[in-house]
Structures are given as structure tokens and as C-alpha cells.
Design a protein around this ligand. Sequence first.
Ligand code: NI
Length: 173
Amino acid sequence: MEIIIYPDPILKKKAEPVVNIDGDIQNLIDNMSKLMYQASGIGLAANQVGVKKRVIIFDINHKEKGKDLTVLINPTIVLAEDKVVSEEGCLSVPDFQGNITRKKHLQVQGVDRHGKTINIEAEDLAAICIQHEIDHLDGTLILDHVSHLKRTLYKRKAEKLMKRSDNGQPNLL
Ligand code: NI
């Protein structure tokens, strides 16, 4: 399992609700958290590892591995208020940052890895992170939140890098 990078089409797919929290889901969560900490990320969605299930994880403190990890299955935004703008990056969109407007206060409901319903109140970075990860579950990337020009420039850059990795040779044009 590895973190999938733009422009892989799976990143544009909508993830489906989890029906049974079985061993596969437990393995998925463990693998996702391993990858997230390895990559020094603060959040990860299941689509980013190629699994179209509505599972997100995050740890905005990111100090002690696993200590402040939150697992949220089938998350739903119950309440969203006020606005905040911040610079966001994404593990699936390397070398890209964009200023993105999000809701500042968030109330989210979901289920934890034991099947227990949880309600989370989040603000600022935590709220931004949860919205970013839920976006992933709906096939939306930070690239979809920035200007057409910025998106096009990045797309071109990513395509060049892809071509290069196909034959192992740099492009000479
Ligand atoms: Ni992301």
C-alpha cells in the first residue's frame, strides 16, 4: 500500500460508505496511519491509498505517533460556520500549495473504529483538515479549489513528471 499521487483517476472517485467494520477496515486504518506518519502528514483519506471507502484519519498534533490519532468512518458534517483561509498542501498533490477558504467551525458526526458513534467539534486547523479529508472522499482535491490557471500549470507539470517516470528518461523538450 502506498499513497496515490495526482493525476491517478482514483483520486477523483467518490468513496462509498462503510457497512461492516471488519478486519479489512481495521487493516486499512492501520496501514493508513502508518503511511500518514511516515509521510509526516496530518490527515489521510482512504481514496489516497486506493480504497474507495469513507474512512479518514487525522492527527493535527502529530507529536507522538498514534497518541492523538482520530479515526472517522462515514463522516458527516452536521454544522459548519464562519470562514478561514489558509495555505494547504496534500500528500497526493506533491509540490503544490494553495490558499483555500474553508469553514472555521465544524461539527462532524461519524463512527470510530470500534463502531461507536462519535461527535467531533473542530475549529481552525482541525476543521480545515477534516474538510480536506472529506473532500477526498468525494473525489475533490485542493486543485479543484484554486484558480483555473493555477490548476492548469500544475497539471502540465505533473504530466511532464509522469512521462518522465514512464521511460525513466527526462523529457528533452
Ligand atoms: Ni490531501
